[in-house]
Write a protein that binds this ligand. Structure first.
Ligand SMILES: Cc1ncc(COP(=O)(O)O)c(C=O)c1O
Length: 432
């Protein structure tokens, strides 16, 4: 487990078959807080924040809150010197409750509502990343007389990060951004510069998620710098900021590739430096927005086995007490995970198994090709690593199953960050 890329930094295997994270045994977590439970290694999160800060020493690292956000997470991010990207008034409300400074925040979203925009302006969010002409007009109307909203234009650079179609956002023909190729991005720049109530401070692009090809990021960086040069040539101004988004890939199973922040930082900064030199532009202030790469590997989800069946193909069908409501990613993107038994030693050999969820869909499969002890049985605990990003934040109440808690572990202690949802919580919203 130590040295494996998919478990949290502090995960340790115990001689009795248990696993500890942050010095806390997963069996103890299950006993005290029930299952399923999301466990989050605070030390792992902080180490990854520091690695990104080291990789971009002169730039800004803005954590993408959509990956996972609660007040404690916002505080950790603030303490580690990162900025925060939010994409709704709801995420902003959580950041505000944690007293995250507005001057270190930016707001995203392809369809920000007037409520989102008003919340961003009220809280003094430093930058808003505009994604449509309508939004430019709306912001000009909402802008207070006292301060001009600082805007980045979200550009679709026409670079394919070769990732799953549902999370590809760097190419034309999907819903995010304003196309470089069609001239929409140039038109957005023109419209903002023509509005004296708005302040164009830079450009933004985001190629998508779970991208492991650094070349794609470099290509995008070069196109964005070339666009900055065009803006200078056409308008005589050079917006000072360049935000290259997030999407840095992470391995979800042992041996799968992920991006190393130091290599990424060297190459991205080098690409921007060279392109700027080529266009005789001053180096922009660079921002990157990692979400998954900060928090994915800090998370482990602990489930209890409810039943075991034998499939005709010889696999065990191991049903657990969670599923697609706490992890929609296998269903959405065909995401693949590992699962392991925790809390007892495996006595015999292992067998091919599918870890399936409790929900009313045949597609509710968490790990289709696991290897589990042949004697796995109801009552056993299974742990699935790499569940810190886009799990709790994408969780649902399908089948009215309450959402699991998020429990921070550190130095031998556990602290609930988000408590388990209750039936009363579910009924509170049922007002008919
Ligand atoms: C604009 C923007 N920035 C950053 C991110 C974070 O992506 P990831 O968590 O893959 O790093 C996203 C994810 O959708 C995004 O849309």
């Amino acid at each position: 487990m130590t040295g494996s890329g998919v478990w949290p930094a502090t995960a340790r295997e115990r001689p009795d078959g248990d696993v500890s994270v942050g010095g806390v045994r997963l069996t103890a977590v299950a006993q005290r807080f029930g299952t399923p439970a999301h466990v989050l290694d605070e030390e792992d999160v902080r180490r990854r924040c520091r690695a990104f800060r080291r990789a971009f020493p002169d730039g800004e690292v803005a954590y993408a809150g959509k990956a996972f956000l609660c007040r404690a997470m916002a505080r950790w991010i603030a303490e580690e010197g990162l900025s925060l990207d939010v994409c709704s008034a709801g995420e902003l409300a959580v950041a505000r409750a944690a007293r995250f400074p507005g001057e270190r925040m930016l707001m995203h979203g392809n369809a920000k509502t007037p409520e989102d925009l008003r919340a961003a302006l009220d809280h003094g969010v430093d930058r808003i990343v505009v994604d449509s002409f309508h939004e430019i007009a709306r912001l000009a109307a909402l802008a207070p007389d006292t301060a001009r909203p600082r805007l980045l234009v979200r550009v679709t650079p026409g670079v394919d990060g070769r990732t799953h179609a549902a999370v590809t956002t760097g190419t034309d023909g999907q819903k995010f951004g304003l196309s470089l190729a069609s001239g929409a991005a140039a038109e957005a720049v023109r419209r903002i510069l023509a509005q004296r109530r708005l302040d164009l401070v830079g450009l933004h692009c985001h190629l998508g998620s779970q991208i492991t090809d650094v070349d794609a990021f470099e290509r995008a960086a070069r196109r964005m710098v070339a666009f900055l040069a065009r803006i200078r040539d056409e308008h005589g101004v050079v917006p000072p900021r360049l935000d290259l988004g997030g999407g840095f890939g992470v391995g979800y199973r042992d041996g799968e590739p992920g991006l190393d922040p130091a290599t990424l930082g060297d190459r991205l900064r080098g690409a921007v430096r060279e392109a700027c030199a080529g266009h005789r532009l001053p180096a922009p202030l660079l921002t990157v927005e990692p979400g998954r790469a900060i928090v994915a590997r800090a998370g482990v989800t602990v489930y209890r086995v409810v039943s075991v069946k034998h499939a005709p193909d010889g696999r065990l069908l191991v049903a657990v007490d969670g599923g697609m409501s706490d992890n929609p990613r296998p269903g959405l993107y065909g995401a693949r995970y590992e699962a392991r038994l925790v809390g007892r030693r495996c006595l015999g050999g292992d067998r091919a198994a599918a870890v399936v969820g409790r929900h009313c869909e045949a597609g509710d499969v968490l790990v289709g090709d696991a290897r589990l002890p042949a004697d796995v049985r109801p009552g056993d605990l299974l742990a699935v690593p790499c569940t810190g990003a886009y799990h709790h934040s994408m969780a649902s109440n399908y089948n009215l199953v309450p959402r699991p808690p998020v429990l921070a572990v550190r130095d031998g202690g556990v602290r609930p960050l988000v408590r388990r949802e209750t039936f009363d919580d579910l009924l509170t919203r049922d007002v008919g």
